[in-house]
Design a protein around this ligand. Structure first.
Ligand code: BTN
Length: 323
């Protein structure tokens, strides 16, 4: 399934205004019985839309629904390689499946992911039209050596894009999370298709919490925040997608030439753990030290007993130490 059926779309368009609509009117519009209206509403609720019923008034979406629009994103980003779907397994997978035919800068964005994935095999909860599920393809002709720092560069690009649409105060947690005051706002998952001696194909997946429906929030097992809670103005997902495309399109060619070196100071400014005592979890073991930022390869610098050691990617996660 890649989109809602015709009735589902009609119902979605009707409810998008956030106003009440009676079951009777909806039935007439869809040409179905009241029982079927109930089933269509349930189907929308099941994919994460926050729709409720008030007796005597009808059905209403708790928030206005602002849908993704490929033409708007193309216009705002001046990039024509934008693919928008209503329903996909995973935007990363959509690009991975098409690698031989892709050009640098192809993006894929979806309203809903049936099997959105996060790091370490986790599921990325992806309710319909609530957040941004964004993937971007880039090929590194120089091979795999640039990949170790890539998620850090993408973190910086994402913060830049958020700042450009008016969201301030977001920080980065090594190696690839965006945080706001100790709560996760967004995550990055980079997937590769590479041979040791050839070009390296990367799919850069970014998930940003925009407006978390209350039912979906119950499924998340860590502190989170969404853009709706940290800005007074509502963030347009089309504008955010276009700004993200522009930012990646500008930074990636530069990064290919220079690596992380020119971005180190920006990382140090955004690093939420810089000079704090942290625990580094490696293969189930914990190592305590002071976070001293990153090096040019994107490795974490941890000071332990006066010695600074570099730790690179993999199954390492970072927690603020409780002292
Ligand atoms: C993480 O923090 O665990 C990374 C989350 C990455 C989620 C995004 S949403 C768009 C893209 N498609 C996926 O299936 N995952 C990434």
């Amino acid at each position: 399934m890649s989109e809602l059926n015709e009735q589902g779309n009609v119902l979605l368009t009707l409810l998008a205004d956030g106003e009440f609509h009676s079951g009777e009117k909806i039935g007439e519009l869809l040409g179905v019985s009241r029982t079927s209206v109930n089933n269509y509403i349930k189907a929308l609720q099941e994919i994460g839309l926050d729709i409720y019923k008030v007796t005597g008034k009808g059905y209403r979406s708790a928030v206005p629904i602002d849908l993704l629009n490929a033409d708007k994103i193309k216009q705002l980003s001046k990039n024509k390689m934008v693919h928008v779907e209503q329903i996909l397994d995973s935007t990363n997978q959509w690009l991975l499946d098409r690698i031989p035919n892709l050009q640098n800068g192809q993006s894929c964005i979806s309203e809903y992911q049936l099997a959105g994935r996060g790091r370490r095999g986790r599921t990325w909860i992806s309710p319909f039209a609530s957040h941004l599920y964004f993937s971007f393809y880039w090929r590194f002709d120089s091979g795999i050596d640039k990949v170790s720092g890539l998620s850090l560069l993408v973190g910086i690009a994402t913060v830049n894009a958020l700042e450009k649409v008016g969201v301030q105060g977001v920080s980065l947690k090594w190696p690839n999370d965006l945080y706001y005051q100790g709560k996760k706002l967004a995550g990055i998952l980079i997937e590769l298709n590479a041979q040791a001696t050839e070009a390296c194909h990367t799919v850069i997946g970014i998930g940003i919490n925009v407006r978390m429906p209350p039912e979906q929030a119950k499924l998340i097992d860590q502190p989170w925040i969404d853009l709706h809670h940290l800005t007074s103005a509502s963030v347009d997902r089309n504008l955010l997608s276009a700004t993200l495309i522009n930012e990646l399109q500008t930074l990636l060619p530069q990064y290919e030439q220079t690596g992380l070196q020119p971005y180190l100071s920006r990382w140090f400014d955004l690093d939420c753990f810089l000079n704090k005592t942290v625990n580094l979890l490696i293969a189930g073991k914990s190592k305590q030290g002071i976070c001293r930022g990153i090096n040019e390869s994107g490795a974490l610098l941890l000071e332990c007993d006066g010695q600074v050691e570099a730790y690179i990617g993999g199954e390492i996660s970072l927690r603020l130490a409780k002292l």
